[in-house]
Design a protein around this ligand. Structure first.
Ligand SMILES: [Zn+2]
Length: 252
């Protein structure tokens, strides 16, 4: 893991705390904690000096998310996420091999605009993953054995992301999730283990798991962001065949 030394940041025109947090691999609440003079996360001034928290979620990554709007400051979640479990959702965590990231089927396919990989976004950007629609709070599970690389860090529009390396499959960014629950950086996870909840996008009435896949060697990269139409690094892969396979294995 990288560590980010404590440092200061000077607020520039157009900055939001959410964007600053994302660029520094930390969260709005961590920045608020490090800067008790800040009373309102939505009110920061150009030229203001902010103390950046220590290593935080690690990475110092530039994590651009979603559909191209300016990231907004997330509201801290005071209430623990809850989900009404169906009986089958409460059965054992461990599964053999690989499994779909939900216990339930997504409410829409992942091959139609705007959900498919490569679907056009604003400013010429292309969608870097597939969107699996599900209600806020839907449980997300590890698709295979793996290890938590990074996160949850602020991602997009009030939601967070978690990076997990799944040996033999690649690095998965589980995006647009809630900040809570993730087992912790460096921890091993088992296939089928509950690792996250679908998050609540501030400006959309739909919610989803935004699922990104990278070559396994991306586990050594300090950031998954990059250039090109996807604004992602060169190890980004189309996850559609993987999601198709997981769906078939899990739901028949
Ligand atoms: Zn998406």
């Amino acid at each position: 893991m990288n560590t980010v030394a404590p440092s200061s940041y000077t607020v520039k025109s157009g900055d939001t705390l959410g964007a600053i947090a994302a660029r520094n691999g930390t969260s709005v609440s961590e920045i608020m904690k490090a800067n008790p003079q800040l009373k309102n996360p939505n009110s920061i001034g150009v030229g203001q000096q902010l103390k950046m928290p220590g290593s935080g979620s690690g990475g110092g990554a530039t994590q651009g998310g979603g559909s191209g709007g300016a990231p907004q400051a997330p509201t801290p979640q005071q209430r623990p996420p809850s989900l009404e479990n169906k009986p089958e959702e409460q059965s054992g965590n461990a599964v053999q091999g690989e499994i779909f990231p939900f216990w339930v089927k997504p409410t829409a396919d992942w091959k139609t605009r705007p959900r498919y990989f490569g679907s056009p976004r604003s400013n010429g950007r292309k969608h870097g993953g597939v969107d699996l629609y599900a209600p806020v709070g839907t449980k997300i599970r590890a698709i295979a054995d793996g290890r938590i690389l990074r996160g949850p860090y602020y991602f997009y529009d009030g939601t967070y992301a978690l990076e997990v390396v799944h040996p033999g499959i690649g690095v998965v960014r589980y995006g647009e999730i809630k900040a809570k629950l993730a087992p912790g950086v460096g921890k091993d996870v088992k296939a089928g283990q509950h690792i996250a909840f679908v998050g609540d996008l501030t400006s959309l009435s739909i919610s989803m798991l935004h699922f990104e896949l990278y070559k396994e060697s991306a586990k050594n990269d300090s950031t998954l962001s990059g250039g090109g139409p996807f604004r992602r690094n060169a190890k980004l892969i189309d996850p559609t065949p993987l999601i198709d396979r997981l769906f078939k294995k899990t739901f028949g």
